[in-house]
Design a protein around this ligand. Structure first.
Ligand code: SAH
Length: 474
């Protein structure tokens, strides 16, 4: 294969990033926007020794799994890698991904893997249809309670907002994201008009100048409360009062703030907050619990599937009311409080101080007193606790780490504490597989694996795994 060569091939597989994979005379090519089952014509754009990358030129025969994407910028925007594939096939893709990781990285036997069918989402729009580009489009859309929109300028000099294209940092203009709430558009337009009126510059990443970097928006699914946090490269925003006034006119607006991020970084939020109007948090519910959520706190993005995910975690924990439970990476205490209602004592650990502040408020708000929260790294707090508290033990440990998974120091302490049950909630099945391998080598038995689709149209998948110490067998 040579660069710029035109080729024809059938897409036989998909990469973890959702690219189509096929072979031409034994040479493997990855092609973005091609769906498994498509027969395509492509052009080689990057050629390496054993594999290369192609650009989709033409679909010669569409795959039976191919559907019309709902969003006009589905292909250039990096967010929805699977939008051109039927939802049923998306679910199969995700289940395969989890299974492959557990087998290849975790070393589990495919025949005996205790994996249950993936829990998918209904083909609905929980936040309402808004103005879908095409009303006939099916599939789960408009389910995200959170959006982070970068601001910039178009080539012709207009202020734009949207999403970063693929893995780059050039902004694809998207006035409306079909994963988010319809109200986002009104909020973003309000911010854009404000910037135009007062001559406020969007941030320019390369030059590290300009002011407005991102708008973070959250909409409480059950309460309709809205939070807007504008991330700026400066200590203040001129005329910010005017912006706050305009935003507060939008129905449901509850919290308007600035976040100061003057670093040259990909990380969206900085450390300092300035509250402009309303309250410093919004409130939302999951099941029968109420939560306060600050701009800096983590909160699951898909409210419909979150209930199912937490339901599974709780079911796996199998609490009777007598247990001591640790909830590591607890965020604002979402899972901790569910657990606390059925356990004797729960301890939560989380690295973001604002989240722990929320967690403590949330315990009080829900009148739950058998829970205690610690700020710090799970891999430091738990080992210290174990060292300093004689007889420190746990009946159940729940972990819900970010994509990089658990630190080995943490896994080591968990094993020493010898809980009967471990419930592992994971947003990256490759690190889940690695960590499960460690725990199973130390004597735990993998009893159940439950993938849950929290991110329809995208490639990520959430998984809850249940491990048992298997004491009855010893
Ligand atoms: N269980 C919570 C949050 C899960 S997201 C929920 O379901 O809402 C993962 C959380 O881990 C985030 O809140 C993040 O801030 C936190 N975190 C990241 N690294 C950490 C570490 N080393 N120790 C403790 N918490 C950490």
């Amino acid at each position: 294969m040579e660069k710029n060569q035109i080729f024809e091939m059938t897409i036989e597989d998909m990469s973890e990033q959702g690219e189509g994979i096929g072979r031409v005379d034994g040479y493997t090519l990855f092609v973005k926007d091609a769906v498994i089952g498509d027969r395509i014509r492509g052009k080689a754009v990057k050629v390496k020794k054993t594999y290369g990358y192609g650009r989709l030129v033409e679909i010669l025969e569409p795959s039976p799994f191919r559907v019309k994407p709902g969003c006009p910028v589905a292909a250039p925007c990096g967010g929805c890698q699977l939008q051109a594939m039927s939802y049923e096939r998306q679910l199969a893709f995700k289940a395969d991904k989890v299974r492959n990781h557990l087998v290849r990285i975790g070393g589990f036997q495919p025949e005996t893997l205790p994996m249950e069918p993936i829990i998918g989402m209904e083909e609905t729009a929980p936040y309402g249809n808004g103005e879908m580009a095409d009303p006939t489009i099916r599939g789960p859309f408009r389910y995200r309670n959170k959006g982070q929109f970068p601001f910039g300028r178009s080539k012709d000099g207009r202020i734009i907002y949207g999403f970063y294209a693929g893995r780059t940092h050039s902004i694809i203009e998207a006035e409306d994201c079909l994963l988010g709430a319809p109200v986002n558009r009104k909020i973003l337009e309000t911010i854009r008009s404000f910037m135009e009126e007062y001559g406020i510059e969007p941030y320019e990443e390369e030059m590290h100048r300009g002011l407005v970097r991102h708008a973070l928006i959250r909409v409480g699914y059950h309460t309709g409360q809205i939070m807007v946090c504008l991330v700026i490269n400066g200590n203040n925003l001129p005329n910010s009062r005017r912006l706050a006034e305009e935003l507060m006119k939008i129905e449901g607006m509850t919290s308007v703030s600035l976040n100061i991020n003057r670093e040259k970084t990909n990380v969206i939020l900085g450390n300092k907050m300035v509250y402009l109007a309303g309250s410093p948090y919004i409130t939302d519910r999951i099941g029968d619990l109420t939560y306060r959520i600050s701009p800096q706190s983590f909160y699951q993005v898909n409210p419909v599937q979150t209930e199912r995910l937490y339901g599974k975690a709780l079911e796996f924990a199998g609490l009777t009311g007598q247990e001591t439970v640790w909830d590591l990476y607890c965020g604002i205490g979402t899972i901790s409080l569910f657990l606390a209602k059925r356990a004797k004592q729960v301890y939560g650990v989380e690295i973001v101080p604002a989240a722990i502040e929320n967690a403590r408020e949330n315990a009080a708000l829900n009148e739950i007193s058998n829970v205690e929260f610690f700020v710090g790294k799970a891999e430091e707090v738990l080992p210290e606790w174990y060292e300093n508290h004689e007889g420190a033990s746990a009946d159940v440990i729940v972990v819900d780490p970010p994509r990089k998974g658990c630190d080995e120091t943490l896994l080591c302490t968990m094993v020493k504490m010898n809980p009967e049950k471990i419930v592992y909630v994971s947003c990256d099945s490759s690190t889940l597989a690695r960590d499960l391998k460690y725990l199973c080598r130390e004597g735990y038995r993998l009893e159940r694996v439950q993938p849950v689709d929290m991110f329809p149209q995208g490639v990520h998948v959430e998984t809850v795994a249940f491990l048992n110490a298997g004491r009855e067998q010893n």
